[in-house]
Each structure stands twice: as C-alpha cells, then as structure tokens.
Write a protein of this length. Structure first.
Length: 210
C-alpha cells in the first residue's frame, strides 16, 4: 500500500473526514495518514484500541513513536495516560495493550537505524515543550495564542498534528486530530483559530524521503 507516499508534495488528513479501518488485531482500528507497505510498513496512523484489546508482542525493527491522545496505553514498562509522548527505538520490543481503551497517534519504521534513545515524557506545558531533538529531527509541542500568525521554516520538511484548537494553512482549516505534512524546503504559514491551537510538530526528518 502507498498512501500520501510522495514526500515532495503537501499532504493533509482530517480526522472527521476519514473512516476507521479494522486492523488484523481484534478491537483495534486505525485511520491511516501516510503509509508505504502493508502490515509491516513505514506508517503514520491514528489507532483506536477498544477496552481490553491488545497487540501481539513485537520488536521495533525501525522504531516506534507515539502520542497518547485519549485513554491509557499500556505495556510491560507501565501505563501511559493521555498526554504522554513515547519513543521506542530500533531493537526495542513490547506487548502493548489497554484495559480502559486508548487512542494514539503512532509513527512506525521512521527512526535512524542506530538510534537507541528511549523517551517517556508528558506533553503538558505552556509555550514550546521540547520532546526530542537530534541530528535528524526536532519534536516538540507548540501552543499558539488565539489568532496568532505563525511562520516556521522547514528545510527538512515538517509535520503538524492538532491536539487541541485549530489553525488555517493555505485556506484549509485543521481542527483537533487533523494532520498536515509539508515537504523539505517549505515554510509553514498558519493562523491559529479563535481558541488558539496546541500542536505536535516534527521537523527536519523528511530529507531522506525525497
């Protein structure tokens, strides 16, 4: 499968305009944002776990990065409630599950093969909340005031995911849990909505995809 797989092009997906697609695991559904591959894939998805559901044990050959958007996500290392950011690097493994149910934004097979950094962080905070930075990428939360004009140069490309509020980019409105990707060499120009916006941003990581 190839979905939004041309990384030289702008791509966007709106949560309320996209259907849930069942996964091979019972009680687990997803909304695909971009994907190259079938069940083992370079993928960005919103995944919904029904209460009591689980995924089989697996190793992260290409790494795994996720945000807990709702509920509590669980594995052998602990419970990760709404508002948690997690990075599981290549060679790590776990058996994910959730008793109460959970919704996560997850990115698979997108790490540098040599990365071994493990991250478990709260995304709470005002202004800019750093989550992870290395030679390949910068991951952070930004809080934009109501009506704020925001300009971000993105020489290595950028992804923006709305956690709360909304913003407008290129006349397109992005509400909660909507996603935007701009290619390397772009400039993000947005205006926050009347309630402001709280967004997850990942930048600098797309140079190897073009």
């Amino acid at each position: 499968m190839r979905l939004n797989a041309d990384f030289t092009q702008r791509a966007s997906v709106h949560f309320d305009q996209t259907d849930w697609v069942p996964s091979p695991a019972a009680g687990v559904e997803r909304k695909m944002l971009d994907r190259i591959g079938d069940e083992v894939a370079r993928a960005t998805s919103i995944v919904r776990f029904a209460p009591g559901s689980a995924f089989s044990a697996h190793t992260h050959d290409g790494g795994e990065e996720y945000l807990v958007l709702d509920g509590v996500f669980q594995d052998e290392l602990g419970d990760f409630p709404k508002g948690t950011y997690v990075r599981n690097p290549p060679t790590s493994s776990h058996t994910p599950a959730t008793e109460p149910g959970a919704i996560i934004l997850v990115k698979l097979h997108q790490f540098d093969p040599d990365e071994r950094t493990v991250v478990r962080k709260s995304m709470d905070g005002a202004g800019i909340v750093p989550l992870h930075q290395d030679a390949h990428e910068d991951v952070r939360i930004e809080n934009w005031a109501p009506g704020a004009s925001v300009s971000i140069d993105a020489p290595g490309g950028i992804e923006v995911f709305v956690l709360d509020g909304s913003f407008v980019e290129a006349t397109e409105e992005f509400a909660t849990w909507s996603w935007l990707r701009l290619p390397p060499g772009s400039q993000l120009l947005t205006t926050a909505g009347v309630a402001g916006a709280r967004v997850w941003i990942k930048s600098g990581h797309l140079l190897g995809m073009i």
